[in-house]
Design a protein around this ligand. Structure first.
Ligand code: IPE
Ligand code: IPE
Ligand code: MG
Length: 243
């Protein structure tokens, strides 16, 4: 199915969108959509691991999602706790390391506790790093980084002329992640919605109309196939790449 096993994107990030619309199309409530969204997450994690993707980053809850009805927020948080509990053994068996990015300290304590435990239990795993973006916003991430850098400059730990891309990167929640190679968004929306602003600087973007609960292995393969047929020039000319 995948044409070039040697050119699998090292880092895939996904904006998992469309749970609500999917549920509505079935005459159900939004919460039903989120529960089915979890099944698509399981399939995606499993197939990404099998394909040899080293980093998979999933947008699970944005800094803007707090504006949703409280009942929906509560469901999302409890789904997260129950999924972490349920998936721990899979992660251990498949050598998957869990990671989280975002303003984690503002999440409910029950979520923080489960998250920290799972991160700790999987920290020696190395086949794939699964990063959940939770209470994550690209602007919040940059603001947080700039605040820390400003305070270090003030305390003479960093001098202003030394602030460069490497220093900024070191202060991001995503500091240990490589740049994103392929960014996928489901549900037909073609926007970034404040996801990973720094690390998607040169990502290949792939949008598909499928709603997240319907996303499966075939869609992942199509996205990777499409990615493999692109020429990533990084500012160079095509001729330079082919000599
Ligand atoms: C994505 O689906 C899940 C989260 C944002 C948590 P949505 O809940 O945004 O579904 P739509 O976009 O309303 O259909
Ligand atoms: C983006 O989806 C956030 C997540 C997938 C967690 P949204 O549904 O919140 O995005 P907008 O509001 O339609 O841009
Ligand atoms: Mg949405």
């Amino acid at each position: 199915m995948i044409h070039k096993p040697s050119n699998i994107p090292n880092h895939i990030a996904i904006i998992m969108d469309g749970n609500g619309r999917w549920a509505k199309s079935k005459g159900k409530n939004r919460l039903f959509g989120h529960r089915n969204g979890v099944k698509a997450v399981q399939k995606t994690v499993e197939e990404s691991t099998r394909l040899g993707v080293k980093h998979l980053t999933l947008y699970a809850f944005s800094t803007e999602n707090w504006k949703r009805p409280q009942k929906e927020i509560n469901t999302l948080m409890s789904l997260l706790v129950s999924s972490l509990k349920k998936e721990l053994n899979q992660m251990l068996e498949n050598d998957i390391r869990l990671n989280a990015i975002g303003n984690i300290s503002k999440l409910p304590l029950s979520v923080q506790k489960e998250l920290n435990q799972t991160i700790k239990k999987t920290k020696k795993n190395s086949r794939m790093t699964l990063t959940l973006a939770l209470n994550y916003g690209g602007k919040e991430e940059l603001t947080h980084a700039f605040k820390e850098i400003a305070s270090k400059v003030k305390n003479n730990i960093i001098s202003p002329e030394n602030v460069d891309e490497t220093i900024i990167n070191k202060h991001l929640y995503t500091r240990n992640l490589p740049d994103v190679d392929l960014l996928i968004r489901t549900s037909g929306e073609q926007r970034i919605s404040n996801f990973l602003l720094w690390k998607i600087a040169y990502a290949e973007l792939y949008f598909l109309d499928i709603l997240w609960p319907e996303f499966n292995e075939t869609h992942l393969h199509l996205a990777i196939d499409n990615y493999q047929n692109r020429e990533r020039r990084f500012g160079k000319t095509s001729e330079q790449l082919n000599t």
